[in-house]
Ligand binder design. Sequence first.
Ligand SMILES: [Zn+2]
Length: 293
Amino acid sequence: MKNYLLLLSLGLSTLSFAQRDYSQVTIKAEKLSENIYVLFGAGGNMALVTGADQNYLIDDQFAPLSDKILFQIKSLNDKPLAYVLNTHWHGDHTGGNENLAKEGALIIASDRVYDRLKSGQQSARRNTPPAPLLTLPVISFSEQLNLRYREDAHIHGMHVNDAHTDGDSFYYFPEENVIHLGDNFFNGKYPFIDVDSGGDIDGLLSNLAMAAAMIDENTKIIPGHGAVGTLSDLKAYTHVLQTCVDLIKDLREEGMSIDEIIGAKPLAAWDDNFGDGFISPEAFIRSVYQTAD
Ligand SMILES: [Zn+2]
């Protein structure tokens, strides 16, 4: 039973969403800047960027939602969707790739997203078959990418340190003062360190610190999940995670086993607020115990 619950709490892309009724999902748009909306539906938060002649979409949730996403875009402007950029390979962020590629969009992501989608993953937590050709990025990058969507505005893609997975990218829109952090930022919830996909808590903390150093108090931060945040939200979140990680590392250094640490509930002060999302306190502790230096 315990293992089953752990699977449920960790199996984001295959288990938790498998039974979802997508007919009840609506795609909601919230304007963040002159040319950017955040789109909420089911799965990872999306950003819609409107260029001079075409649209750009960051992440695309699940395949059954593609028509609703396209309909929402059409209701905002009449330009075609030319590019989809993925923050990482998980199915709640890339599930629409194939449908949108069939509609003419070019898929872009880091090289590691290409590799992981192409090979799929069979693990205790996930059974994801190799992705069909149209799901795969046509353009991929190892470090950085600049995509100019207007004469004086660009998307700055950054493949960041191994954190949520080993293929995470941030997409920064400096002229609009907006940044999409993908699943490095679960606003207000414990993060998911996908160890099977190369995730690492130390990389997550350093990525969040890097993002905080790039932006200012007026920046709109799109998290992978949760409400749009600010620099102070990001700093408070990073502080909580760092405190939790330090507590777990101290207990690990004292020689406690993973089960003893979980039993001691070292994060009880935060569990009610941070532990009721995708990731339970136990799952978070396990991932820190396993990946923190
Ligand atoms: Zn994810």
